[in-house]
Design a protein around this ligand. Structure first.
Ligand code: UDX
Length: 436
């Protein structure tokens, strides 16, 4: 099938390449010339395992191309819209400027029977409004939310755990759902659940999934706070409750909390939208979820201060990690980088290392000292804090080896990812999050 993908950021670039890899003919369109130039050469503008490979394959096969010219969307049967919906400046709501601009730019090229498939995360009610704008062209709007995780984006797009299509009532909606089934033929063929809903449900599926995930993380982090005043160990608590398959162990990793380009902004936009709908109280708990999450960053900083006997002023602190999670170079709303910045603000000499995110971090926080080599970064440190659980720190850094490099033997495990007993045995004073 001929497809266009409008917006070639995280979501769109991966979607375009993944659709080409399952046999479609795809044109990716974005207003950012640099992004398009890089994608056209088969280079991913961000770190995402597996993406460079499917980009190059798609381009070599002739089935994938990128352009800044919206006119090239003409002729595609399905137009995916995957532009960003950031948090508005000075508020919590989602900024729909890019979605509106993408739809406006696409309208002149739509033909009778085309499908416009919205993938961006939007406030509930957006699709119904956009559908009215699309209707005069004879195209049909569907809402097809995306659940990809950064770091696993290629796999999540090619082989998702479910597909959701929000469609209008009646034959046009049924036809649109049928066409989307064809687009996602490998997943549909192997029996991946394909849920057909109305617009509002499809929009809500996405934000409520992210709200639930954020809630799960903040729940365990709230238990970490209780563990801290009772001497309990939140990691054992998570294991024990996680064996209950109604609860499950996933997303019960206590630590410095969630960040990234999705969870923080999505729960805030959801609160803002619920308030507009007169149902603010229904998701009032999301404010607490956000606050618990932010408090964990304070806690990590406090532990470093405590480890260094009350002050970090003029102390050498090595921060292991900058990305909001491993397998990503994304530093948007990264709790890891925030902890580093806060320590710097307290007068510490902060050295940061990260396998993928240094360049991005340096651009936003040039005041910090960045070192590519992990061991070089550790040299002379008075204290070490792990804030992103990369294998390079979690598995491949032995406490004995680290001790040969640092000045002090204080380690703060901001992700509860180290073997506490092994670090203590090697002479380190170990501090976990919500652990004795
Ligand atoms: C998330 C959703 O998982 C995905 O479905 C959606 O499409 C986009 O948002 P992503 O932002 O890539 O994906 O990251 P995710 O893997 O969900 O992690 C989010 C944050 O939560 C990270 O900062 C991570 O470190 C943190 N986290 C995750 C925890 O603190 N504890 C956990 O147990 C799990």
């Amino acid at each position: 099938m001929h497809l266009s993908v409008i917006g070639c950021g995280y979501l769109g670039a991966v979607h375009a390449a993944a659709m080409a890899s399952i046999g479609h003919d795809v044109v990716g369109i974005d207003v950012d010339e640099r992004k398009i130039a890089s994608l056209s050469k088969g280079e991913a503008p961000f770190f995402e395992p597996g993406l460079p490979e499917i980009l190059s394959e798609g381009i070599a096969s002739g089935r994938l191309r990128f352009t800044t010219d919206m006119a090239e969307a003409a002729g595609a049967q399905v137009h995916f819209v995957g532009v960003g919906t950031p948090q508005v400046k000075g508020g919590y709501a989602a900024d729909l400027t890019y979605v509106d601009a993408a739809i406006d730019a696409l309208l002149p090229y739509l033909a009778e029977g085309d499908i416009v498939a919205g993938k961006s995360t939007v406030p509930v009610g957006t699709a119904a409004t956009l559908a009215e704008r699309v209707a005069p062209t004879g195209a049909t709007l569907v809402w097809n939310p995306e659940f990809l995780r950064e770091g696993w984006a290629v796999q999540d797009t090619i082989d998702p755990d479910r597909l959701v299509a929000g469609v209008p009532a009646g034959p046009a909606g049924e036809r649109a759902a049928e066409i989307l089934r064809k687009v996602y033929h490998p997943s549909v063929g192997k029996g991946t659940p394909f849920l057909v809903t109305d617009y509002a449900t499809a929009e809500l599926v996405k934000v409520s999934a992210n709200a639930f995930l954020a809630t799960k993380i903040s729940f365990i982090n709230a238990m970490a706070e209780i563990a801290e005043v009772t001497g309990a160990d939140v990691t054992q608590l998570a294991d024990a409750i996680g064996y209950d398959d109604r609860i499950g162990r996933k997303f019960l990793g206590a630590g410095i909390g969630f960040g990234g380009g999705c969870l923080p902004k999505d729960i805030r936009a959801f609160s803002a939208r619920a308030e507009e709908l007169g149902r603010g109280e229904s998701v009032a708990f999301l404010r607490e979820i956000d606050e618990i999450n932010m408090r964990r960053r304070d806690r990590a900083v406090d532990l470093v201060v405590e480890g260094l006997s009350g002050s970090v002023f003029k102390k050498n602190i090595t921060v292991l990690g900058a990305a909001f999670k491993p397998h990503s170079d994304d530093i948007r709303d990264s709790p890891a980088l925030d902890v580093a910045v806060r320590l710097h603000g307290l007068g510490a000499w902060v050295t940061i290392t990260d396998p993928a995110a240094i360049e991005n971090a340096r651009r936003i926080h040039p005041q910090l000292n960045y070192v590519d080599d992990r061991d070089e970064a550790l040299r002379g440190a008075d204290a070490v804090i792990v804030v992103t659980e990369w294998d390079e720190y979690r598995r491949q850094l032995s406490p004995e080896h680290a001790a040969t490099l640092t000045q002090g033997r204080i380690v703060i495990d901001g992700r509860n990812c180290l073997d506490a007993a092994a670090w203590r045995e090697a002479g380190w004073t170990y501090y976990g999050m919500g652990r004795p």
